[in-house]
Design a protein around this ligand. Structure first.
Ligand SMILES: NC(=O)c1ccc[n+]([C@@H]2O[C@H](COP(=O)([O-])OP(=O)(O)OC[C@H]3O[C@@H](n4cnc5c(N)ncnc54)[C@H](OP(=O)(O)O)[C@@H]3O)[C@@H](O)[C@H]2O)c1
Length: 281
C-alpha cells in the first residue's frame, strides 16, 4: 500500500463515491466550480467528466481552462469556461451577470483559494496580502452565494465549501492572512446555514488537511509531510455531493479541536519557542 493510500485510510477513511448513484443524482444538474484550473478543482472536474452534468468552470488561467474543456469534449460532461479573477469585484460581478443568462445553477463548489505563509514582520508593507486573501477566500464566495441563492433555492441545491482543517484549530504564526480569510467564510456560511436550510439549500463544509497541490509546494516541498492526493480530495468532494453531510473532517479533528482549547496556552508557548529558536539561528 502506498503512503498516500495509507494516509487516506488514516485521515479520511471514507468509502469511495458510488459512481452510478452519483451519475443518477447529477443528471441534468449544473455545477459551478471555482478554482477549476489546477489542484483539487481540476481533479473534481476530471472525476465528473463522465457524468451527465453541466460544468461551469471558473479560474484566472484561461489556457488551463481551455485545455480542460478540450480534454472533456469526448466525455459526457458539458463543459463551459469563464476565466475570471475573483479578487476583482468588478470581474466577479460581470461573471455573475453572465451566469444569470446561462440557466439555473444547482450546485456551487467554492474551491478557489489562495494561501500565504509569511511572517508578520515581513508583511508590514504588504496590506495587499490581506486584501487579496480576504477578497478571494471570503468576499468572492459571499458575493457568489448572494447572487446564486434564488437559483439554488429553486433547485433545492447545494453549496460545498472547500475549507481547511486549520480553521477548526488553534491559530498558527505566519498564516494570519490565509487562516483569517478562510475562517471568515467558514463563519459566514455557518451563520447563514440555518436560513439556507429553511430555503432548502444544503451546505457542506469540508475541512481538508494537507492536499498535494501547488498551494503547499512553497512551504512543504522539501518536507515529507502526509498529504492527500488531489484525486482523494476530489473523491471526498464527490461523495459530499451525494451524502450532503454538513461537516466533513478527519475523524481525529475533534480530538485536535479539544486539544486546541485545553492546551491553547501550551500551544502559544510552543509557537513562541519555535519563533525564538528561528530568530536565533
Ligand atoms: N492544498 C492544501 O493542502 C489545502 C488544504 C486545505 C484546503 N485547501 C483549499 O483547497 C482549495 C483549492 O486549493 P488547491 O490546493 O487545489 O490549490 P491550487 O492548486 O493553487 O488551486 C487554486 C485554484 O484557485 C484558483 N484561483 C486562485 N486565485 C484565483 C483568483 N484570484 N480568481 C479565480 N481563481 C483563482 C486557481 O486558478 P488560477 O491560478 O488559474 O486563477 C486554482 O484553480 C483552496 O480553497 C484551499 O484553501 C487546500
Amino acid at each position: 500500500m502506498s503512503s498516500a493510500t495509507l494516509t487516506k485510510y488514516l485521515l479520511f477513511p471514507y468509502r469511495q463515491p458510488d459512481k452510478s448513484a452519483l451519475n443518477r443524482y447529477l443528471k441534468n444538474k449544473t455545477i459551478l466550480i471555482t478554482g477549476a484550473s489546477y489542484g483539487i478543482g481540476e481533479a473534481v472536474v476530471e472525476m465528473l467528466a463522465d457524468s451527465p452534468v453541466k460544468l461551469i468552470l471558473v479560474a484566472r488561467t484561461a489556457e488551463m481552462l481551455q485545455q480542460i474543456q478540450q480534454r472533456l469534449t469526448s466525455h459526457s460532461a458539458d463543459c463551459h469556461i469563464f476565466p475570471c479573477d475573483l479578487t476583482n469585484e468588478q470581474q466577479c460581478t460581470e461573471l455573475l451577470h453572465q451566469l444569470q443568462q446561462h440557466g439555473n445553477i444547482d450546485i456551487f463548489i467554492n474551491n478557489a483559494g489562495k494561501s500565504i505563509c509569511r511572517p508578520l514582520m515581513d508583511s508590514l508593507d504588504r496590506l495587499h496580502d490581506f486584501q487579496r486573501t480576504i477578497r478571494l477566500n471570503y468576499l468572492a464566495p459571499v458575493q457568489i452565494c448572494l447572487s446564486l441563492i434564488p437559483q439554488l433555492q429553486k433547485s433545492q441545491g447545494q453549496i460545498i465549501n472547500v475549507s481547511a482543517l486549520n480553521v477548526l484549530l488553534a491559530p498558527t504564526p505566519y498564516w494570519a492572512a490565509y487562516q483569517a480569510s478562510k475562517t471568515a467564510f467558514d463563519q459566514w456560511l455557518r451563520c447563514a446555514e440555518p436560513e439556507l436550510r429553511l430555503a432548502k439549500i444544503t451546505v457542506s463544509s469540508i475541512y481538508f488537511p494537507l492536499v498535494k497541490t501547488r498551494m503547499i509546494a512553497p512551504v512543504y516541498a522539501d518536507k515529507p509531510v502526509p498529504a492527500l492526493s488531489t484525486e482523494q480530495a476530489a473523491e471526498i468532494i464527490c461523495r459530499a455531493l451525494l451524502t450532503r453531510k454538513p461537516c466533513i473532517r478527519p475523524w481525529w479533528a475533534l480530538f485536535a479541536q479539544v486539544a486546541s482549547v485545553i492546551f491553547h496556552r501550551l500551544w502559544a508557548g510552543c509557537c513562541r519557542y519555535y519563533l525564538k529558536r528561528k530568530s536565533d539561528e
